[in-house]
Design a binder for this molecule. Structure first.
Ligand SMILES: Cc1cc2nc3c(=O)[nH]c(=O)nc-3n(C[C@H](O)[C@H](O)[C@H](O)COP(=O)(O)OP(=O)(O)OC[C@H]3O[C@@H](n4cnc5c(N)ncnc54)[C@H](O)[C@@H]3O)c2cc1C
Length: 339
């Protein structure tokens, strides 16, 4: 049943714990309630903001209109052909609990994506990725509701136009759809992806007798916990900047000046730089002011210790400017800024 509340604090609904309020707020746990909420807002001419786990948003001010908190549940095996499994997941399922559930069921393929915060419905928005695997490699289709028409539709990987931390939903599809479920392509036969250097190194240190998807998940969690602050302890939104992708000529110039520059050559000839390295070398690691700052160990992570969205974005802007003037590289924010 639709329950609309007014002037709701969103501080516990975003992992940066930024203070902001929703003019109107509702939690939806079925497609029908979602449709009701969309029609309610449309009739009143209100703006709609969809919120998952709030782990990739910066709330700059109070949010006008209706904030819809996604809670649609459900994890189920749709079909199996040989080793290949199609697993349908409700948008409101917690991503990491989903990964753990798939491992327990013997449905493999998500292990490298362990411990990414947030909900399953947000995973296609920025094509989540970690430790050498991206959602797009495990994606079959999604179901969504088109906000302006409230029509239901299904979308393929081609429709979603996935890229590096990117999809159709960040461009032409921005604010046009609510994803209600995602169907993943998993396998009953483990196919391990061990190419990512930090994962390889952690495995060498452990020297396991047997490599299993459960072990990979465990090691990924261990590495992540050692590198990233837990938002429940120190509010943050993970990587604050995307890793910039530059031309190989610019990379060659930079590496001759900075031999320890971290870069990963891409299949298309471009080079992806580690944004954390750039922020660190520009001197920002550990800087704290006005209740916001850059994490002591991980320069890519901005943290909130009692500040607000404006202070955080002012800091991010200063960091971007200094990286641009020192390295000639433009940094792009990874989280979405609201309103
Ligand atoms: C500590 C930490 C580590 C992280 N590590 C990684 C990582 O390794 N890799 C990575 O890719 N990301 C990472 N992230 C970012 C984040 O976890 C992901 O982007 C995640 O998918 C966001 O999910 P969410 O439910 O919190 O989305 P939210 O932050 O609630 O929303 C993000 C965007 O998606 C939209 N959205 C959410 N749900 C829906 C829906 N059902 N339909 C339509 N639009 C929707 C929102 O409107 C918003 O624009 C990290 C974040 C933190 C805090």
């Amino acid at each position: 049943m639709l329950d609309i509340q007014t002037a709701v604090s969103l501080q516990t609904f975003n992992t940066l714990a930024l203070p902001a309020r929703a003019e109107f707020f509702c939690r939806v746990d079925t497609d029908e309630t979602l449709l009701e909420a969309l029609r309610w807002a449309r009739d009143k001419g209100l703006r709609i903001t969809v919120l998952g786990g709030g782990s990739n948003v910066v709330l700059l001010n109070d949010i006008p209109g209706l904030v819809i908190s996604m809670a649609i549940p459900g994890i189920g095996l749709q079909h199996q052909i040989g080793d290949q499994l199609a697993v349908r997941v409700g948008a409101g399922e917690n991503w990491h609990l989903l990964v753990q559930r798939t491992l327990a069921e013997g449905w493999y393929g998500l292990e490298n994506l362990s411990l990414i915060p947030g909900l399953a419905g947000a995973a296609p928005i920025q094509n989540i990725g970690a430790y050498g695997v991206e959602l797009s490699e495990r994606f079959l289709s999604l179901e969504a509701i088109h906000i302006p028409s409230t029509e239901r539709l299904s979308m393929s990987a081609d429709d979603c136009r996935f890229g590096y931390r990117d999809s159709f939903f960040k461009h032409a599809g921005r604010d046009q759809y609510v994803i209600t479920s995602v169907t993943l392509s998993l396998s009953s036969k483990p196919q391990l992806h061990l190419d990512y250097p930090a994962l390889q190194q952690a495995l060498v240190e452990r020297n396991p007798t047997e490599l299993t998807p459960a072990l990979i998940s465990e090691v990924v969690c261990e590495v992540r916990r050692s590198k990233l602050p837990d938002p429940a302890v120190l509010p943050n939104a993970g990587s604050f900047f995307k890793n910039p992708v530059i031309a190989k000529e610019q990379y060659a110039r930079l590496i001759s000046q900075y031999p320890d520059l971290v870069g990963y050559p891409q299949a298309d000839g471009l080079v992806k730089l580690a944004a954390g390295w750039l922020v660190d070398r520009a001197g920002w690691k550990g800087v704290m002011r006005d209740g916001v700052g850059v994490h002591q160990q991980q320069a890519l992570v901005l943290v909130n210790r009692g500040g607000d969205g404006a202070k955080l974005l002012a800091l991010a802007d200063e960091i971007s400017q200094s990286v641009l003037s020192q390295f000639g590289v433009t940094l792009e924010l990874e989280p979405r800024v609201y309103p």
